[in-house]
Each structure stands twice: as C-alpha cells, then as structure tokens.
Write a protein that binds this ligand. Structure first.
Ligand code: NDP
Length: 286
C-alpha cells in the first residue's frame, strides 16, 4: 500500500518558511511585498482559487491587491491594467488568474507581465529560460510537484518520469523540471499510442489530463511514485485524474485529491512572490 502524501503538512512548512523570509525582507527593506491578482469574469473555480491565494498571502505577510473585472471586459482594458501593474514600482508580483474569458488572448496578456514580476512563470521569457535551464520563475504547480517528490525522499536522477498531459501550465513545465533533475522524461498526450504500456514503465507518473479516474491501477508499475494533478468536479465531489483505490495498491507513493498537489500550488505561489520581490531588489541594487 502506498504512502499517501500529506499536502497540508508540506504546504504549511513551505508557507511558514516563506513567512519567515517575508518578515526578514520587510524588516530589511522597510516595505511589504505586494502581489497583484487580476480576475476576469465569474468562473466559480477561479473565484475560489483567488480567494485561497489571497488568504495564503495574508498568512505569509504579503499584501495583495485584488482586481475583479466583469466577464465582458475587453482585452485592451485588461491589457491596460496589467501594463499599469507592470510599471508600478510598488508591485512586486502580478498574477492573472486563468482561464481568461474566450474573447481574450491569454498569452498576449501574460506576456505583458515583466519576467521579474511573473509570479506564475507563464510568460514567454520565463518559459524560455526554463527550457534553456536558466534561473527563472517556474510555474507553481510543476515546482510544487518537484518539492513533493523531494520532500518524500524520492530519488529523481536516472528515473523514468512519464507525464500524461502536455499543457503549457502543467505538462510541459513539469517535464522540463524533471529533466533538470536528470530524470528520463516521456510526455504523453491524446494522440499517444500504447499509453497504458508507457505508463507502466514509469518510476514517476504525473497525471495532468483533466479526466476523473483516467489512470487506473493496471497502468501503474509496482512501487511507482504517482502524482495526481487533476482537479475534476464530479457528482461525487472533487476527483483526481488517478483512480485512487486501485492506484494506491500498486504505487509506493501517491498524492490524493483533494489535499495533494492543489495546496502545494498555492504555497509555491507564495514562494514565487517572495522570489519576485528579492529579484527586483537585487535588480534595483537594493
Ligand atoms: P489541459 O486540458 O490544458 O491539458 C490536458 C492534457 O491532457 C492535454 O495535453 C491532452 O492532450 C491530454 N489528454 C486529454 N485526453 C487524453 C487522453 N485520452 N490520453 C492522453 N492524454 C490526454 O489541462 P491542464 O494541464 O490545464 O490541467 C490538467 C488537470 O490538472 C485538470 O484537471 C486541471 O484542473 C488540473 N490542474 C490542477 C492544478 C493544481 O493546482 N492541482 C493546477 C492546474 C491544473 P492533447 O494536448 O493532445 O489535447
């Protein structure tokens, strides 16, 4: 039976560590770190995420500025707001909650955030640096996954990591981070052939598909570490992409949904906001 990851405990440790660093930063600089959060529209899940992010910011001592725009807001108006936050010297980090309404081009908006304020690590520049193996702000969910694996004492070097999903916000960046850790990485997607067979060859299996219970126990190698990124709202509540019962019998380590990768994403966001403020201070020679 697998060890079940305790997301809340690690998340608390990361947040407490960030809280101490934020306090040091504020004492040394005489100012608070500021995180701007832009939400466009009424997506209920996004509202919950934003609320939790603001609550976490409060806990670690980061001031948050919240901007809630109606669903019908035009791209130019969102762009103006993001540009003003980009230029505002008092703002350390800018987060645009995704998804944006369909009439807005997400990447165009994300690329208005300067790399040193790009707390989610989604801008072209941060993604490019991640690809080149340069220091960068890496996306929160993928960085949280690396933190989870390391905290569990799982050796990454030389392991075969299989990622199911190739999105820009989870699949691709987690693949790049695992490659940095010297894993041998395979990325699977909807056109992959022999998916079950490939999954069975994984020492580390990351499921980021967006389909409840998609990965079943028979797709998991005995003793593998299984990271379930999925958040699927079903009539039986929140479910991951992994069928937990059958998977836990095969894996040596597994993250639950809820209470696994989700809380870590928010903790890593706080860590990234602190890194943004630090980098800006260094850049300004402070
Ligand atoms: P996307 O919908 O952007 O990507 C899903 C990926 O899964 C795509 O690459 C798609 O392939 C692949 N896929 C879909 N069907 C299959 C299939 N039958 N076989 C193999 N691959 C398939 O999702 P995200 O990456 O944004 O999110 C994935 C999940 O993670 C969602 O449930 C989301 O809610 C959750 N999530 C959780 C977070 C957290 O903090 N815990 C943060 C972000 C996301 P293709 O590219 O070919 O279409």
């Amino acid at each position: 039976m697998a060890v079940i990851f305790d997301g809340k405990a690690l998340c608390q440790r990361v947040k407490d560590d960030v809280k101490a660093k934020v306090a040091e930063f504020s004492a040394a600089s005489g100012r608070k770190i500021k995180l701007a959060v832009v939400l466009v529209g009424e997506n209920p899940a996004s509202r919950v995420y934003v609320k939790n992010k603001i609550k976490a910011a409060e806990y670690v001592g980061i001031e948050s500025l919240s901007f809630n725009l109606p669903e019908t807001t035009q791209e130019a108006e969102v762009a103006e707001l993001v540009k003003s936050l980009a230029e505002d010297d008092g703002v350390d980090a800018v987060l645009v909650q995704l998804p944006l309404p369909e009439h807005i081009n997400e990447q165009r908006i994300l690329d208005l955030i300067p790399p040193e304020k790009d707390v989610d690590g989604f801008s072209d520049i941060n993604v490019g640096k991640l690809t080149l193996g340069k220091p960068c702000i890496a996306a929160c969910t993928p960085s949280g996954i690396i933190e989870i694996l390391k905290s569990a004492g799982i050796t990454l070097q030389g392991k075969h990591a299989v990622i199911v999903g190739r999105s820009n916000i989870v699949g691709k960046p987690v693949a790049l981070l695992l490659l940095r850790e010297n894993c041998t990485v395979t990325i699977c997607h909807s056109k992959t052939k022999n998916l079950a067979e490939i999954c069975r060859s994984a020492d580390i299996l990351v499921a980021a598909v967006g389909r409840a219970g998609f990965i079943t126990g028979d797709m998991i190698k005995e003793g593998a570490a299984v990271i379930d990124v999925g958040i699927n709202r079903t009539e039986n509540g929140l479910k991951g992409d992994v069928e937990f019962e059958s998977a836990a019998k095969k894996a040596s380590f597994i993250t639950p949904v809820p209470g696994g990768v989700g809380p870590m994403t928010i903790a890593m966001l706080m860590k990234n906001a602190y890194i943004c403020a630090e980098r800006r201070n260094e850049k300004n020679g402070l």
